[in-house]
Design a protein around this ligand. Structure first.
Ligand code: PGA
Length: 261
């Protein structure tokens, strides 16, 4: 299959800082370096208000939320709290949460519904494990289709397509999850574009969702970003490790802005 390279949809870069950095000072420096249009900065909860103060062009995102608005849920943060802080996006279903915290598709579905109700934009992460990957492309498509179905069930009419972003993040490609050493695990851009094409068609035909952005995530760096972003199917990138390095994230945002002119 030949994938076109002309793109009419603005590319989105999501900087997922995960459990980093350790100080507010570093968070401010990082936020200022990433403060560009069509960029979503997702710091840990404790830095959200400070980062909000320092950004002018980027949007603010959270890395997770709970499904209740309030109540006796120690340690949780609700969508309404995020909204009231000026948060626009929330990442839901990241594979690290699925893996380390036992998040199920049912929990993710509840979070999506709660966040959608309050008007947050959702960045839903889906992706197959190394074991599924090894079983081949049919198994991968079946797995991703089933994740999308379970995570998005019952959201029709509650969630506008423009408020939904999907991040396709094959777990084996996420540098810090699968291999701590290598930063060269990323999928090939062509395979990633093929899967993203599949996701778009699946969203359309099965869930009647049209025009949601679908990003690629998994070891995106300044070295490979352009190879991914040049595919018209790939609407942007979710960047983990490289979003913590000032030069790296600046370059990645710069590449993506070429497509947004
Ligand atoms: P990575 O992380 O860019 O460090 O591979 C991506 C992610 O987990 O969102």
């Amino acid at each position: 299959m030949i994938y076109g390279r002309i793109n009419f949809v603005k590319k989105l870069i999501v900087a997922n800082w995960k459990l980093n950095p350790q100080t507010i000072r570093e968070a401010v420096t990082l936020a200022q370096a990433s403060d560009q249009q069509n960029t979503v900065i997702c710091p840990p909860f404790c830095f959200l208000p400070t980062v909000k103060k320092y950004i002018k062009r980027a949007s603010l995102g959270a890395q997770d939320c709970f499904w209740e608005e309030g109540g006796a849920y120690t340690g949780k943060v609700s969508p309404v709290m995020l909204k009231n802080l000026g948060v626009e996006y929330v990442i839901v279903g990241h594979s690290e949460r699925r893996k380390w915290l036992g998040e199920t598709d049912e929990m993710i579905n509840r979070k999506i519904k709660a966040a959608a109700k309050i008007g947050l934009k959702i960045i839903l992460c889906v992706g197959e494990s190394p074991a599924v990957h090894q079983r081949g492309i049919r198994a991968v498509k079946k797995f991703i289709g089933s994740q999308l179905l379970k995570d998005l069930t019952g959201t029709r009419g509650k969630l506008l397509a423009k408020n939904l972003v999907i991040a396709y993040e094959p777990i084996w490609a996420i540098s810090t999850t699968y291999s701590k050493k290598s930063r060269d695990n990323s999928d090939t851009p062509q395979d990633a574009a093929g899967m993203i094409n599949f996701i778009k068609k699946f969203l359309h035909s099965t869930l009647y969702i049209l025009h949601s952005k679908v990003l690629y995530g998994g070891s995106v760096t300044s070295k490979n970003a352009e190879n991914f972003l040049k595919y018209k199917e790939i609407d942007g990138a979710l960047v983990g490790g490289a979003s913590l390095k000032l030069k790296e994230i600046k370059k990645i945002i710069q590449f993506s802005s070429r497509y947004n002119a």
